[in-house]
Design a protein around this ligand. Structure first.
Ligand code: SF4
Ligand code: FES
Length: 595
């Protein structure tokens, strides 16, 4: 597979509407005000040598390779940080500039391993390209003095040398090859907003290091959770958070859809499992959620799923819930989606596919095909038509359309007559209902209690390298960072139970039991044990109970009374589940569905 290499203009585009005309190497060029001279030159096809600049990041001006001369001005400014000016005349290649660039490049190469022929980046290395571009044939300095290149110097250990860091499955950091261009640090800040890297030290001592602070982002748990809630995914609401008992709202949807709609709220997920076990809830269509693994009290979930007459699962991968499915429909990845995502600040953003869905259909098309197979006559031909319907039926989205989003880029609802292009901050001059309404919510302690049978408290959580139930990340190299869920237990609690680090342990609660390996650590307090739920064979949620809060039925994952004891290996349930999972996948493969 070859990658398409896009032209790098060196610095980001300027959005100014005012133009500036200048001359570069004798050629006139007109560009928006604020454009760098480097970018303007690139527009003429003149590539000024550079190492630290790239057009996805703000110019930094550290490598001093991109110098230029401007008639009538002193010095040799960096073209990446110097903006264009009207009528100036710029020269990018002169004998003086060639000499300075070669001198700079010689210094870089004198502290760099000259192993191009065996280096993995050979042929795809900007340092190599730039040395060629400025016709550098010979480096006058050797690296016999202080350098970052060799582990030993003159027979003695070299304190400046650091070994390669290959702990990350996606990239290798070789400090001896780093030219401290700062691009990784800037990308981490400007593109990712993560601030996870920094440059430590100055001059010759500069090194890329972990940052002191990691940026805090207000995020929803999953992508587009906000959009799903806005669109009425709660069982008691229509889009725009309007209750199903509101007759006027309900009638507007009945009229648009030509169907009678229930004025009673539907069931929440845990109630669906209860009703399925009772035999009064018959079918479920699950899109993009692995409820068998994510929901508490796995045995109850499995009993509910197993009792359904029809379970349809639509997902990117044959997930754990699919083990119980009668029909499995393939899903589309975000790269294959056309539509909108809404983030936590109510911002509606267009999402455009970069490739056609591999399965032949977008998710909305699969749902439409299913609806029509059930006898309906849906005829949307593009997601924009679905947005038009949302705008017709939902006041807060009244002015939203794909055309409007193309024009403004993104918009924060409400987008209505009062704020056609959206409203960044709501309730600036007051609430919609006078001074607003504040309600005291009484604290309700959990019913879960520790006692002689279950003396420890289990709390569950997630780690960064595995996303939620791991349906996607377990299939990637991320598993090298977290290949199994382990039970973290305090040394004191481990000692009184005769447990050693790495032992198999049984975790029992009122709901069920599972086994996993113990990790003895003071990260948890005495009396508390902790595990994650990223791996299906661990089945951490077999142990969690279906206790939930009265208002939202949100499960109580953080508090389960348990006992921990030595074990010889997987529990009976884990063995049964492994068999079920293997059988389901064998059927799928023989049916030619997917691996
Ligand atoms: S590791 Fe970072 S600073 Fe060093 S050369 Fe690579 S991108 Fe530049
Ligand atoms: S590219 Fe301009 S200073 Fe590095």
């Amino acid at each position: 597979m070859s990658l398409i290499r896009e032209t790098d203009y060196g610095t980001p585009v300027s959005k100014s509407e005012k133009n500036v005309t200048l001359t570069i190497d004798g050629q006139p060029v007109t560009v928006p005000e604020g454009t760098s001279i480097m970018r303007a030159a690139m527009q003429l096809g003149i590539q000024i040598p550079k190492l630290c600049a790239t057009d996805s990041l703000t110019a930094f001006g550290s490598c001093r390779l991109c110098l230029i001369e401007i008639d009538g001005r002193n010095g040799t400014p960096a073209s990446c940080t110097t903006p264009v000016a009207p009528d100036i005349s710029v020269r990018t290649y002169t004998a003086r500039l060639d000499g300075i660039r070669r001198g700079v490049m010689e210094l870089y190469l004198s502290d760099h391993p000259l192993d191009c022929l065996t280096c993995a980046a050979n042929g795809d290395c900007e340092l190599q390209d730039m040395a060629g571009a400025i016709s550098l044939r010979k480096v006058r300095y050797d690296n016999g003095g202080a350098n970052h290149v060799f582990a030993r110097n003159n027979g003695k250990p070299n304190a400046e040398w650091k070994p390669k860091d290959e702990s990350n499955p996606y990239f290798t950091y070789d400090p001896s090859k780093c030219i401290v261009c700062n691009r990784c640090v800037r990308a981490c800040e400007e593109t990712q907003g993560a601030f996870a890297l920094t440059i430590d030290g100055r001059g010759f001592d500069s090194r890329v290091s972990p940052g002191m602070s990691v940026g805090v982002n207000p995020l929803r748990g999953q992508n587009n959770v906000e959009g799903s809630c806005d669109m009425g995914s709660f069982p008691h609401e229509f889009p725009g958070y309007r209750h199903v008992t509101d007759d006027a709202v309900r009638h507007s949807f009945e009229e648009a859809w030509g169907a009678k709609l229930d004025n009673e709220p539907g069931l929440r997920i845990p109630n669906m499992f209860d009703a399925a076990v009772e035999g009064v809830f018959k079918g479920m269509y699950v899109q993009g959620e692995d409820i068998l693994q994510s929901d508490p009290d796995t045995k109850h979930v499995s009993a509910g799923l197993g009792a359904l007459e029809c379970l349809v699962v639509q997902d990117l991968f044959l997930n754990e819930t699919a083990n119980y499915a009668h029909v499995f429909l393939p899903g589309a990845s975000f790269l294959e989606k056309d539509g909108t995502f809404i983030n936590a600040e109510r911002r509606i953003q267009r999402v455009r596919r970069v490739m056609s869905p591999k399965n032949g259909y977008g998710d909305w098309e699969v749902t439409q095909l299913l609806a029509n197979a059930l006898g309906l006559t849906w005829a949307y031909s593009h997601p924009s038509e679905i947005m038009d319907e949302i705008a017709r039926l939902t006041p807060a989205f009244k002015n939203v359309s794909y055309r409007m989003l193309e024009k403004v880029g993104s918009a924060q609802w409400p987008c209505n007559d009062a704020s056609p292009d959206g409203m960044p901050i709501m309730h600036v001059n007051g609430f919609t209902r006078g001074k607003g309404k504040f309600v005291i919510t009484e604290y309700l302690p959990t019913d879960e209690r520790t006692g002689p049978r279950f003396p420890l408290l289990l709390t569950t959580g997630r780690i960064l390298s595995q996303y939620n139930v791991g349906a996607q990340t377990r299939r990637t190299e991320n598993s090298r960072w977290h290949e199994e869920d382990v039970l973290e237990i305090h040394p004191h609690d481990a000692e009184v139970r005769g447990l050693r680090d790495g032992d198999w342990v049984r975790v029992q609660s009122r709901a069920g039991e599972t086994t996993l390996h113990a990790k003895i650590t003071e990260r948890v307090a005495p009396g508390v044990v902790y595990t994650t739920f990223h791996h299906p064979l661990t089945q951490a949620n077999v142990v969690t109970t279906d206790n939930s809060d009265w208002a939202t039925n949100c499960p109580e994952y953080k508090v389960t009374a348990v006992q921990v004891s030595p074990s010889n290996g997987p529990s009976e349930w884990q063995e049964q589940y492994r068999e079920l999972a293997e059988n389901s996948r064998r059927i799928a493969i023989s049916a030619g569905a997917m691996k």
